[in-house]
Design a protein around this ligand. Structure first.
Ligand code: NAD
Length: 504
């Protein structure tokens, strides 16, 4: 069986721990590879190699660095089918969705091509007589990314692209559940002309992460994953004096006003709730219609679409979505569904009933895959765990509200604040909503408002720790430090020592 090893200095690195973990094919439930898990000594040696490579990379002018990234983009496109197939087989998302995962990462590499502009700093002439002040944005040194299973291409690229373009060396610790694509992306960087050691990949769990957090060489950590780990990493980075931006879980609401086009809204909600089996941090998992009549119409429209959804093998071109990532993830989703029923919510579609026992794809049995059908609850209230917890599965819950004010109180009062959407024809209501809602990313008649690469991505409240967002201009601020130079020419006209603060 294949083992996915660490990738350091452009070569496979087996590490010294001897520990591995199975890599599953969620569509069949079968083990398809193993991944090496690094111990502290392995991580320390990877970081040391990165530190050796970084000064030479930083010395290359930014235009030359981004030409390598330009070639990297070309190679990613050239290898797209292989990358997306591998991604599907380890994650379980469908092949077209896997391509989207890679392409949304490439968007940020394209944004990073503007590094020469992003790094150019500011200049003020004559701040005093013969005195100029200017600022430089310089790389931090060696930085790390710790990323989740649900976007194994996009999120590593969101972090590595701007970090590398800014002149840092980047150590990637991807999710151990789908580790192959991150390694392949690093190989393509080397193939594109990237210097060995500038982009290294190390696999592992808590021991590997803790070694990154405790390293004095690592100057910044970009994390994406669940909220408890995000908070843990943020706190530990603060304790060891590192920059950190840590993005966590979500519970994204859609507010639906009575004037919304109900059929189009139901289409948007069904796609955003069940796409990728609900394993997206921007999945729409709560719908809040305003008024009982809106709720009844929307409920019926959603219910009419659910039986049309096809759940299947990730490479089945007919499948709307595939399996969950592991049996544990599916069992957790099914436990939460049971809790919703127990708490008194109305279960209108029960994904637990999906039977794959006699299903096959290309002669592979799907009986042991980690599937869950679409589930839909009505009459959910804020005290139920199906509402308060991030389910991260194909489960949509409806909370009924009498007024817009009451509807908006749900996303505002929720512990998470990643994404939110409003569906309406009323521009004034939408504008007020955008201004007042306490959530980081807002959609108006857009169910998954993931900002494009040249804006920034980040949630509020328990969805994001740290003050700078991912990608867009914030990413260059995060991965660089500012140096401000004040210079005076000519310098040979000393007026003698001065003992008060200089005032311009
Ligand atoms: P996770 O928190 O289990 O894992 C994320 C990373 O942390 C992985 O690399 C993992 O190896 C590491 N990790 C796991 N347990 C650890 C521990 N105890 N100590 C140190 N490191 C540990 O998350 P996941 O299941 O891979 O991803 C799903 C979560 O990510 C969801 O909550 C989802 O909402 C969130 N997510 C958020 C965003 C966002 O931008 N806000 C984007 C994508 C995913």
């Amino acid at each position: 069986m294949r083992t996915v090893y660490h990738y350091v200095n452009g070569e496979t690195f087996e590490g010294t721990s001897g520990n591995t973990q199975p890599v599953l094919n969620p569509s069949t439930g079968k083990e398809q590879a193993a991944v090496a898990l690094a111990n502290k000594a392995d991580v320390d040696s990877v970081i040391a190699e990165s530190a050796k490579a970084q000064p030479g990379w930083a010395a290359l002018n930014p235009q030359k660095r981004v030409r390598i990234i330009m070639e990297w983009i070309r190679l990613i496109h050239e290898n797209m089918d292989e990358l997306a197939t591998q991604l599907s087989l380890e994650h379980g998302k469908t092949f077209p969705d896997a391509k989207g995962d890679v392409l949304r990462g490439v968007d940020v590499l394209e944004f990073a091509l503007g590094a020469p502009h992003q790094l150019k700093g500011e200049y003020s002439s004559e701040v005093g007589t013969g005195i100029d002040t200017y600022s430089l944005r310089q790389p931090l040194g060696v930085v790390a990314g710790i990323t989740p299973f649900n976007f194994p291409a996009m999120i590593p690229l969101w972090k590595a692209g701007p970090a590398l373009a800014a002149g840092n060396a980047f150590v990637l610790k991807p999710s151990e559940r789908d580790p192959s694509v991150p390694v392949r992306l690093a190989e393509l960087f080397i193939e594109a002309g990237g210097p060995a050691g500038v982009l290294n990949v190390v696999h592992g769990g808590k021991e590997a992460v803790d070694a990154i957090l405790d390293s004095d060489t690592i100057k910044a950590v970009g994390f994406v994953g669940s909220t408890p780990i995000a908070q843990y990493i943020y706190e530990r980075c603060a304790a060891t004096g590192k920059r950190a931006q840590c993005f966590g879980g979500a519970k994204n609401h859609a507010i639906v006003l009575p004037d919304a086009d109900i059929d189009a809204t139901a289409d948007a909600i069904v796609g955003a709730a069940f796409g990728s089996a609900g394993e997206r941090c921007m999945a729409l998992s709560v719908v809040v219609p305003v008024g009982q009549d809106t709720a009844d119409r929307l409920r019926d429209a959603i219910l009419a679409k659910i039986p049309e959804l096809k759940v299947g093998h990730c490479l089945d071109p007919e499948a709307d979505y595939g399996p969950l990532v592991t049996a544990e993830a599916r069992d957790r989703v099914h436990r939460l569904i049971a809790e919703g029923v127990e708490a008194g919510a109305t279960l209108l579609a029960d994904g637990r009933e999906l039977d794959m026992s006699d299903k096959t794809f290309n002669e592979d049995s799907l009986a042991d895959g980690f599937y869950s059908g679409p589930s839909f609850f009505d009459n959910v209230t804020a005290d139920m765990s199906v509402y308060s917890e991030e389910i991260f599965g194909p489960v949509l819950v409806m909370v009924r509200a009498e007024t817009l004010e009451e509807a908006v109180s749900y996303p505002n009062d929720h512990v998470y604040g990643n994404g939110v959407a409003i569906f309406t024809q009323n521009g004034g209501a939408a504008r007020d909503f955008c201004k007042n809602v306490q959530v980081g990313m807002v959609g108006v008649n857009v169910p998954i408002p993931v900002p494009i690469a040249y804006h920034t991505f980040g949630g509020w409240k328990a969805s994001g720790f740290g003050d700078l967002n991912q990608h867009g201009p914030d990413s260059f601020r995060f991965y660089t430090k500012t140096k401000t130079v004040t210079s005076r020419w000519p310098s040979d006209d000393s007026a003698g020592p001065q003992f008060t603060m200089p005032v311009m």
